[in-house]
Design a protein around this ligand. Structure first.
Ligand code: FDA
Length: 326
């Protein structure tokens, strides 16, 4: 894969010998904490900075369907906390943690239960996109639930995948103005047969996807810390006449399940807070992805292994803190 240089690979190969306290120390910046109250504390701080949040309960692919119950229960607690503390926040879930890979039908049932309960609170549920084994099934969950009248759900589309431009067009046909995508580069290093693998190509493809989704009238969560993509998005928003706070399009849907109109910028907790605050000061809606949970160790190591370039960014953030203020 063109992206991971020797330094990144060397850092990742060291993860096996890194002491747990060291990984904890590094991940403190990127993970709210082990418990729900840690996530609530972080969300309150973010809210005071004008950012809303999306909460991720750490944990991914499960080995037995019984494990999905833990996530369903924990996300119920998250919903209750969001309501109780009057937070401007929604949910991000990993479909495989709800059983989508083990059994697509049971996985769909589990996700349906959560999305339906979230709808009762007027809350949106984002299906994080995992690797290409579940792309089709994840998109199918969204279209199925919308067809059943649950429109408070959307997924993530990864700019690096060759298929994404077509997915955006297909989802526009099926979901119309209720289409709601998070667009990002995609963290999984996918094979060249289905994805761009060179850094510059991934960036350009992601910009094209953001433009395409906005043009198709979807609500777009522009999820990146890359200045190039952000600048291109801001330019395109201005070209299509979407102002910073209010979407000026006359035909935009009135109800957005508690979200703002048109688009928002999304970033990961602990990454480029200065850039997020600047976007907010310019009038853009911003949202931070807030992971929490006892699986912080597994999450941190897995992220590094999935994409070794993350290791370089983490080291850079510590050695040159001015490049990444939380
Ligand atoms: P890039 O990686 O080039 O980062 C740009 C700059 O940001 C870097 O140069 C560095 O300064 C800084 N930076 C980025 N990451 C950093 C870090 N960890 N520490 C310190 N500095 C860092 N992917 C996926 O496959 N499925 C999904 O569901 C999601 N969901 C998601 C939600 C949100 C809110 C975000 C922001 C991202 C995702 N992603 C994701 C991850 C995404 O696909 C991508 O891997 C990362 O955002 C990194 O790509 P950037 O566009 O930020 O560019």
């Amino acid at each position: 894969m063109a992206q991971a240089g020797p330094v990144s690979r060397a850092l990742v190969s060291m993860t096996g010998v890194m002491p747990r306290w060291f990984v904890r120390w590094i991940s403190r910046r990127y993970v709210a904490g082990a418990h729900l109250q840690d996530a609530v504390r972080v969300m309150k701080r973010l809210q005071s900075e004008g950012a809303c949040a999306t909460v991720d309960v750490l944990g991914e692919e499960i080995q037995s369907l019984e494990e999905a119950t833990f996530f369903l229960e924990e996300y119920r607690r998250v919903m209750a906390a969001i309501v109780e503390h009057e937070l401007d926040a929604n949910l991000s879930i990993k479909p495989t943690a709800f059983g989508l890979l083990l059994d697509p039908t049971r996985g769909l049932d589990n996700i349906r239960r959560l999305v339906s309960e979230a709808a009762d609170h007027g809350m949106f549920v984002r299906l994080d996109m995992e690797d290409h084994r579940v792309t089709d099934d994840t998109i199918r969950v969204v279209t199925t639930l919308h067809a059943e009248g649950l429109s408070n759900v959307g997924t993530v589309l990864q700019g690096r995948l060759h298929r994404t431009m077509d997915d955006i067009a297909a989802l526009a046909d099926v979901l119309g103005p209720l289409a709601d995508h998070r667009i990002c580069k995609g963290i999984y290093l996918e094979p060249a047969s289905i994805a761009h693998t060179a850094r510059a190509d991934i960036t350009e493809a992601t910009i094209a996807c953001v433009r395409h989704a906005l043009d198709q009238g979807a609500y777009v969560g522009i999820a990146t810390h890359d200045d190039r993509i952000i600048n291109a998005a801001v330019e395109h928003l201005s070209t299509i006449g979407m102002s910073t706070v209010d979407d000026q399009r006359p035909d935009r849907p009135a109800v957005r399940n508690g979200k703002g109109p048109g688009y928002e910028f999304q970033m990961l907790l602990g990454v480029r807070g200065d850039l997020r605050r600047r976007l907010r000061a310019d009038g853009h809606r911003t949202r931070v992805y807030v992971p929490y949970g006892e699986k912080w160790y597994e999450y941190s190591i897995r992220r590094l292994k999935e994409n070794p370039t993350v290791a370089t960014q983490v080291v850079k953030a510590f050695l040159m803190p001015w490049t990444n203020r939380p």
